[in-house]
Design a protein around this ligand. Structure first.
Ligand code: R5P
Length: 283
């Protein structure tokens, strides 16, 4: 049985269809004081797959409630799929006195499940923070599907060295094109992102900026800024997790991005393609 978090209902339905499993009709509610409550149908003896992205504190709490409800409803096994793992970017204490937040949430999630699958967590190493077996899944390949089929001599550009593998995976799935990368620094006090230009030749070519997450849009818009004056044919953005906080989409449009393509790890207007087949493969 597939149990979706309220932020992952489309993905839960796609996964249930992909696997031919029942999709639980979950009730999401709140008590008068604002605290959340969920309700699941009976699932005695079943394997319950809880699919819940955790982009907010509220979603984190809801995931813990869903896991516990699954046990209460009789699940024989609880498998947790984190389409987007919140707090994963805080995988170390950046300053004395700060927590390793990814570890803190991983421990909490571990308490209610037998195993975890996390789709493109920011660093694969966060899987080691779980107290149960945890595996990262690479869904970047599905990002080739929504790209226009007729890209002109495409360059798949990673905004920093960390996303080169991801850009390469998208390029390989697309079937042709060059991969290049820029260098990025982020000031953790101000959040300001600086991208150093390189000599990538883009004139008359389509550019696909590929990254794992587009959150504030600063990284990608700075990367696109590097192309100013070089006359690319078109500029596209492909990301696994379209967090798109605040005015990110406006920022990208203002930077000259023609289209943004994301997956349904986070359900947004740009979630053009599903990671359900990638998740279904391991279940
Ligand atoms: C960072 O290393 C990630 O790969 C992304 O580049 C980053 O999380 C994007 O964040 P933002 O959109 O806020 O710049």
């Amino acid at each position: 049985m597939i149990v979706s978090g309220s932020a992952s209902q489309a993905l839960g339905a796609a996964l249930a269809a992909e696997l031919g499993e029942d999709l639980a009709r979950v009730e999401y509610d709140r008590f008068a004081d604002g605290e959340q409550v969920v309700e699941l149908p009976d699932c005695t003896g079943e394997r319950v797959v809880v699919v819940a992205a955790t982009p907010s504190d509220e979603a984190h709490v809801q995931l813990l409630l869903l896991q516990d409800a699954a046990r209460e409803a009789g699940a024989a096994e609880v498998v947790t799929v984190l389409p987007y793992m919140g707090y994963a970017r805080q995988d170390e204490a950046f300053r004395a006195g700060q927590p390793v937040s990814a570890r803190a949430v991983a421990r909490a999630v571990s308490a209610g499940t037998d195993r975890v699958f996390a789709v493109n967590p920011h660093e694969e190493a966060v899987c080691e923070f779980f107290d149960v077996p945890a595996t990262s899944l690479d869904a970047a390949g599905v990002l080739a599907d929504p790209l226009p089929a007729d890209l002109t001599d495409p360059v798949f550009l990673s905004p920093d060295e960390g996303a080169v593998d991801l850009a390469t995976t998208v390029r390989d799935a697309y079937g042709r094109g060059e991969v290049d990368f820029l260098e990025k620094t982020r000031d953790y006090d101000t959040g300001e992102v600086t991208v150093t230009p390189n000599d990538v030749s883009v004139t008359g070519r389509d550019v696909v900026v590929a990254d794992d997450i587009v959150a504030t849009g600063s990284t990608v818009s700075e990367a696109v800024g590097v192309l100013d004056g070089r006359d690319p044919a078109g500029v596209y953005v492909a990301c696994v997790h379209p967090t798109l906080a605040g005015n990110a989409l406006t920022k990208l449009a203002a930077a000259g991005v023609d289209a943004v393509y994301g997956t349904d790890t986070l359900e947004r207007a740009v979630s053009e393609v599903s990671v359900a087949p990638v998740v279904a493969d391991v279940l």
